[in-house]
Design a binder for this molecule. Sequence first.
Ligand code: NAD
Length: 490
Amino acid sequence: MSLIQFHNIIGGQEQTARASFESYDPYTGKPWALIPADGVAEVDQAVAAAKAAFRSKDWAGLTATARGKLLNRLADLILQNAERIAAIETRDNGKLLSEMTTQLRYIPEWFRYFGGLCDKIEGAVLPIDKANMFAFTRREPLGVIAAIVPWNSPLLLLTWKLAPLLAAGNTVVIKPSEHAAASTLEFVKLFAQAGFPAGVVNTVTGLPLEVGAPLVTHPDVAKVAFTGGEPGGLAVYQAAAAQMKTVTLELGGKSANIIFDDADVDNAVKGAVSGIFAASGQTCIAGSRLLVHRSIHDRVVDGLVDLAKTARIGDPSQMTTQVGPITTQNQRDKVLSYLGIARAEGATAVLGGGTPAGLGDGWFVEPTIFTSVNNQMRIAREEVFGPVLSVIPFDDEEQAFAIANDSPYGLAAGIWTQNIGRALRGAAAMEAGTVWVNTYRAVSYMAPFGGYKRSGIGRESGQEAIDAYLQTKTVWIDMLGQTANPFVIR
Ligand code: NAD
């Protein structure tokens, strides 16, 4: 079967790849597409195009309202192309088509929300303490942004960066993951159709050290917005710091989902199952540590097993499939290795614990639930990034909050309780960027998202996200026109 060649766009032009590498369909375990294998030359070219566009009349000269209209036009085009692009992402990274179709219909809201903010970026007139002076501030874009994205949710996580950075008037070079770049390369074609000037949005693809690292250290890149794992995030942070660049980092998690003895157990069980098995556990917010009050432990575990074993595992392109494959073979092997680690540490698999039968060469792992886990085990401390749930019992509220916070990560937390006081105490106590009460996994363009502790730096979504892509300039004007002689002491 012939492979589909995807192309990068630089300066508005589709690029002919010098060389390409294969991208795999995780359901079949076979290559299906060819992605350009770029290097320093393409990075230089893309950054130069983005820099020229940043300074161009076509982009810098647009009114803020006109910029907002472009973002809205893009949102319309995404909706029109939603099904086609969703199918590409499903093929490339194994996300469920049912999830992708919903996601592609929601992604436009980010572009509408930030499109609406374009003409609300305001400076201030300062009540300055010098009678002859008038002073005001301008809020200005930073320049060329490097947007570096992981494989687990390529378009959504890209959107969280693109919508605010474009609304603020920046330009961008996108580096999608080498494991799931196809949907991004299809998606960026829409920018020209929406009327964005050439060079505002550019892409480069390839390996982290051949493309990602030179992009981060390129002297004309003003800021790096990175979503990915901790090792990559740390490398990007260090390289950016050496050049005095700012970063937004969205990194990993080991989120605690706490079920108290006063919770509605049926709802909590559904929330816990979707919190870990959605996207086959390949989400940064996976509720991978389930903390359960000892008095309801067995009831909750029975409920989890009963519900999770009904999941239909299989072809992600079928709308009825509920659990799809793991995106890469390496990641599948990593998840399987954690199953061995958990057992060796003394955990018991009450569901799953291996690979499902009858799914050919696809990269699947069974939805797995471990009991007899304590918070010091590796399975409870390290991000597995797969469909693996660890159940940890607790005896009281104080202990539950302490276990939840005993983690190097702090991306999200869930609390299941009918007690409003406990919910509010928990919301305050959790060292996490997002806390869900009697729900899990909700996100919105309006809601700031990001990590405490080693889960990251900065916030995406919500109004404050645009500040991450702006800088403030102060302007002083002498209104009297009587410049003092510097050699006459007053
Ligand atoms: P990764 O860190 O391996 O790669 C992410 C991206 O960074 C890829 O495009 C990769 O090529 C690039 N990259 C890696 N090292 C780099 C370097 N030194 N310099 C420049 N670029 C580099 O992450 P992944 O395995 O693709 O994604 C999974 C990770 O992402 C998980 O840890 C997950 O928790 C995290 N994640 C976080 C969020 C969030 O919002 N906090 C969301 C999704 C995923």
